[in-house]
Design a protein around this ligand. Structure first.
Ligand SMILES: Cc1ncc(COP(=O)(O)O)c(C=O)c1O
Length: 475
């Protein structure tokens, strides 16, 4: 009898629910008892049955409600194609260097150093101190915390030769990482549709930032010895460009460090053309067998706009960079940065400043140098032994990457896919070319997790290369 009644109530309520909006409240138990002439136990049983079918949910002490049922159907965002139109420029795809890989693969693709290479204890202590301080609850000045501005300026000024005026703290603008600095500089100092010279190959993120800013990228051939100065001069002349983006120290991806004569020649060229050198000193803290020598330290005439990042050496969670620029260029950079992000979290700025001003920071950097050297050499030796046709173009004296040339006939995307299928993630060199790649390259990062697995990684690369070579009928 009670079974029949509860089925009758369930059927009645199902009909009621069908015409009720999601979230509607069902009549109270008392009202249902009266409506169906049934006991409270029978009504509760009917409600439980409906809840089990996912039609209602009961909120204790509040009531029973019709559940919002999600209908499974395909997404249809086709209207956005019409609303957005075709993209203004063909942006490069998402970068391999930013991919997160599962922890059971050998990851040689990443752009950021593994946690074991970070000053973790210093960072944690700095966060704890910053949480107790004023920057956790206040707005910093738009250009950055004055002490951090002063630190960036002093670091660069320390490398200034006699006779060159070092930068002032007020020449610095603090930004949330140098990626945002690149976008700002390209927008503020170059602008849409205007030419920007860039080394080729160069950092994929600079290519992306330039593309998004709508500037016209003009590649200048470069490599493990730095850019070709004659081609650079020709590119300035033929395009009328007023800016050259480059990495004079431990370039990503080639590892190149410009010899002093090349620095002088490039500085002469940019001065001659009334142009800027946008110097990306991303690897300042990653010297191995050489120290970085910023080109900006040799210029006090405002021709060099200098970016120095701390996100890779302090912590990827502390996205802080400084731009040092003089004259009106600095003002334009600051205005763009304000339009973009107002100011940088004072909390993060004080953490970064705390870390880099601890005596233990210098000790950490010395240890890091040794670790990077050991990792670099381990990967190079492993490639020599297990993948002799994948040879680094040069032994980098700093930075985090090997730039590895592969045999010309290599099908790069197939190689990357096959390595990944065998558990080794590598980054295809094509992503670092703003124009057609001049060869088949891999960028292999030696600062990732588990350096002990480098020989296995090299073995896989060597095996895949050998298999591909065997399959090519003409080789
Ligand atoms: C050459 C170069 N510049 C800039 C960046 C971006 O640095 P940040 O993390 O400070 O935005 C990177 C990161 O990979 C880089 O390799």
């Amino acid at each position: 009898m009670s079974n029949d009644s509860s089925a009758r109530i369930t059927a009645g309520l199902r009909e009621w629910i069908a015409s009720a909006p999601p979230g509607a409240r069902l009549p109270s138990t008392r009202a249902l008892v009266a409506r169906y002439g049934a006991s409270p136990v029978t009504v509760q049983k009917a409600l439980r049955a409906l809840a089990a079918q996912g039609m209602v949910e009961s909120r204790p002490g509040v009531g029973t409600f019709v559940r919002a049922v999600r209908v499974a159907r395909p997404n249809d965002y086709a209207w956005q194609t019409a609303a957005l139109g075709s993209p203004p420029h063909r942006a490069p795809g998402l970068s391999t260097a930013l991919r997160t890989a599962p922890n059971d693969v050998i990851a040689l693709h990443s752009g950021y150093p593994d946690r074991e290479l970070l000053p973790e204890r210093l960072v944690r202590a700095a966060f704890a101190r910053a949480a107790r301080g004023g920057t956790a609850v206040s707005r910093p000045p738009a250009a950055g915390l004055p002490e951090l501005q002063a630190w960036f300026a002093a670091e660069l000024g320390a490398a200034a030769p006699v006779g060159v005026t070092p930068p002032a703290p007020s020449d610095t603008v603090v930004l949330p990482g140098s990626q945002s600095g690149l976008s700002t500089v390209f927008r503020a100092l170059v602008g849409a549709d205007r030419p920007l010279l860039m080394e080729s190959p160069t950092y994929w993120g600079a290519i992306l930032a330039a593309t998004q800013a709508g500037v016209r990228v003009v590649p200048v051939p470069s490599g493990v010895h730095g850019p070709d100065p004659e081609e650079l001069a020709r590119a300035f002349e033929s395009t009328g460009a007023r800016a050259f983006y480059a990495q004079p120290n431990f370039a990503n991806p080639t590892g190149a460090q410009w010899p002093p004569a090349l620095v002088d020649r490039v500085l002469d060229t940019v001065r001659h053309h009334g142009a800027f050198l946008v110097e990306d000193d991303w690897a300042h803290d990653f010297g191995i067998t050489a120290d970085p020598h910023p080109a900006a330290a040799r210029d006090d005439s405002g021709h060099v706009v200098y970016l120095r990042s701390l996100t890779k050496s302090v912590s990827p969670a502390v996205r802080i960079a400084g731009i040092v620029a003089r004259g009106p260029a600095r003002q334009r950079i600051l205005v763009d940065a304000q339009a973009e992000s107002m100011y940088v979290s004072g909390m993060l700025q004080s953490v970064a400043l705390d870390v880099v001003t601890q005596p233990a920071w210098r000790t950490h950097l010395r240890g890091l140098r040794q670790q990077l050297a050991a990792r670099r050499d381990l990967l190079v030796d492993a490639l020599r032994e297990h993948a002799p046709t994948a040879c680094p173009e040069a032994l980098p004296r700093g930075g985090l990457n090997l730039w590895v040339r592969l045999p010309d006939a290599t099908d790069l995307s197939r190689l990357v896919r096959d390595c990944e299928a065998a558990g080794v993630v590598v980054a295809p060199g094509d992503e670092w070319f703003p124009a057609e790649p001049t060869g088949a390259y891999l960028r292999l990062n030696y600062s990732g997790p588990d350096p002990g697995s480098f020989p296995d990684g090299a073995r896989v690369i060597g095996r895949v290369l050998a298999r591909h070579q065997e399959e090519r009928p003409d080789t």
